[in-house]
Ligand binder design. Structure first.
Ligand SMILES: Cc1cc2nc3c(=O)[nH]c(=O)nc-3n(C[C@H](O)[C@H](O)[C@H](O)COP(=O)(O)O)c2cc1C
Length: 209
């Protein structure tokens, strides 16, 4: 299976070739893949902050402990989660359903009520954790979409969410950064590409019932 081969090919890239950049089609394909990831109810309580400019990468670098991926990668895809998922997110989702499927709001009234009920019964922390889990599915989908196109990436949580939010102005928009993918092409000098992949055996990983 091609995807499996590419998942063996990919690795968390530490050093990128700064002379190689993704083109617009490649960037779009990764944005589309992340946007196509499934989410609970389909609400998508997260967004993606795309960083392309060297200036912004340099600003973010100290907030990510100067990990070289941040300035050397072609693009940073930063997953940002809604800080306070509310009925408003459901309303916007229902707007999208009605418009896309050309139906009336009445036809989705029960679904809307179920979604609002599910959100309202959770505490703010539970809503945040729930939203964050959705964002990680998008991150995983993006990483697989990159790998299948021979595009390198490093998933990263090693940064200050507060500082990223401040620099990118995410808080005002109702979002907070949670994880990112630094994306580009591996440097031939990156020793990590030669490391054998360490994973559990399937016997350790799978519990059969
Ligand atoms: C959620 C998450 C956060 C990560 N954060 C970092 C990071 O901040 N810096 C880094 O160099 N690698 C980071 N990694 C990469 C992991 O260390 C790497 O995926 C793991 O060691 C397995 O190696 P592989 O991806 O090369 O197969 C992160 C991975 C994940 C999934």
């Amino acid at each position: 299976m091609e995807l499996l081969n590419q998942l063996k090919w990919r690795y968390a890239t530490k050093r990128f070739d700064t002379s190689r950049k993704l083109d617009a089609d490649q960037v779009n394909s990764l944005l589309e893949a992340a946007n196509l990831a499934p989410s609970s109810f389909g609400i998508q309580p997260f967004a993606l902050a795309l960083v392309e400019s060297d200036e912004m990468k340099s600003k973010l670098s100290p907030a990510a402990f100067n990990q070289p991926q941040v300035t050397e990668a072609s693009h940073l895809f930063i997953l940002a989660v809604r800080t306070d998922v509310s009925e408003q997110d459901v309303d916007q989702f229902v707007d999208r359903i009605v418009k896309t499927r050309e139906i009336t709001r009445e036809e989705v009234a029960d679904y809307e009520a179920a979604m609002k009920g599910s959100i309202n019964k959770r505490s703010a922390t539970e809503r945040f954790n729930w939203a964050a889990r959705q964002a990680y599915i998008a991150l995983g989908t993006l990483l697989s979409a990159a790998a299948i196109q021979n595009i390198d990436a490093c998933p990263m949580e090693g940064f200050s969410n507060e500082q990223f939010d401040e620099i990118l102005g995410l808080k005002e928009k109702g979002f907070t950064s949670i994880a990112m993918a630094a994306v580009g092409y591996r440097s031939p000098q990156d020793a990590y590409q030669h490391h054998k992949k360490v994973r559990k055996s399937l016997n350790e990983f799978v519990m059969k019932f």
